[in-house]
Design a protein. Structure first.
Length: 130
């Protein structure tokens, strides 16, 4: 294995982590379970109960668990071939996945703003016409 292959896999494996974490914590398809988890995280009786349910509402927190699952499946290690390789790769994957999610959020926000701007301009044009 060349030195560039683990880096290549770092950026590739971060994509499904970001996708899963974002989908579960933001998209409409999981809104009902997410709303339930949010209520439980706010009103749970114990700290452990509240923190357990909070992880399903925070993309950063949830990405750690998705990363751990992906590392179990792929056995991906970075820099070292023992437990340290899993540790380094885990934190690296979480970091890259969160960069991907931040970029996705910025792009999505920009697209929504562009859509709102065009709707406002369109309604202004309709109001200005005699």
């Amino acid at each position: 294995m060349t030195i560039s292959q683990p880096i290549y896999w770092l950026f590739i494996l971060a994509i499904p982590i970001a996708c899963i974490a974002w989908t579960v914590t933001h998209e409409e398809i999981f809104s009902e379970p997410r709303n339930y988890c949010k209520r439980q995280s706010l009103y749970g009786k114990t700290l452990l109960h509240r923190k357990f349910f909070y992880l399903f509402t925070c993309e950063y927190c949830f990405s750690f668990y998705v990363t751990a699952l992906l590392l179990l499946i792929t056995r991906y290690q970075l820099l070292y071939t023992d437990w340290r390789g899993y540790l380094v790769s885990g934190f690296s994957l979480v970091w890259i996945a969160n960069i991907y999610m931040s970029l996705f959020f910025l792009i999505r926000t920009d697209l929504k703003n562009d859509g709102l701007d065009s709707k406002l301009k369109e309604s202004e044009l309709k109001n200005c016409r005699p």
